[in-house]
Ligand binder design. Sequence first.
Ligand SMILES: C[S@@+](CC[C@H](N)C(=O)[O-])C[C@H]1O[C@@H](n2cnc3c(N)ncnc32)[C@H](O)[C@@H]1O
Length: 268
Amino acid sequence: MTPDEFAYAADLIRARTGFVLTRDKGYIIENRLSPVVRRHRLKDVGELIGLVRGGAADLAAELLDAMMTKDTGFFRDWKPFAHLRDETLRDLARARVANKKLRILCAGVSTGQEAYSVALTVQESGWFPSGWTIEILGIDLSLAALTVAERGRYTQFEVQRGLPVNVLVDHFTKHLDLWVLDESVRRMVEFKAWNLLDDLAPLGAFDVVLCRNVLAYFDLSSKAAVLGKLRRLMTDDGRMYLGATETTAGVAEGFRAVDAGLAVFARA
Ligand SMILES: C[S@@+](CC[C@H](N)C(=O)[O-])C[C@H]1O[C@@H](n2cnc3c(N)ncnc32)[C@H](O)[C@@H]1O
């Protein structure tokens, strides 16, 4: 990949996803794009970038998808899920007792484990007897990740990462070499392809927003823009969960920390 090809790819990735790559990260582009190069029987990453530059929209979408870090797991960092169950959902169950409706957004949901962990937390919390409508929406720009999410089937390796054995036994069935999540949990979650850099207002309002381990790769102005849009989606008493090492401090206005250690925020 020439410096010019790198510059073109890095600019495209930054403009369309928010993901910033400095010149020393050329190897990341090479590594992540080589499966796309092989799949399309191209000569090298340079040829792929040339085709994208020439207007190949499908290849551009594949390139962006391949560049995303999709690492995830069930109940990742588990403490925010305990906070969600014991504090946020308890408070919202009391506050919404009249209309019995709750909406939760998982922004940058990857292959679905985070949204299903939220659904399992809602079920297990006991705060929502029958009659409640709980909508959980997972959005991501990666169509490859969303395809996995929608299937709700995970490998042994994936369920071993964070899923307590009792939850696995109670809510999954082994089918051949995959663990299939129960329909009752799957239907609590809907997935949509959506770019966080686009307008988020059509998604509607949310009582809880999770945007964990997504913005870490964004430049400061994209982070601020996305956080501002997520804030506008939040109800007045809503809560937002960021990744363990992420914060709104010094990035976006209009938030206060509910639990800074767990990266839980509310509107200021
Ligand atoms: C590292 S994963 C985090 C998954 C999950 N939130 C977690 O913490 O386990 C980041 C996800 O954010 C998605 N993503 C990155 N930029 C995005 C954007 N601009 N719009 C929507 N999704 C994006 C990626 O495709 C990827 O699936």
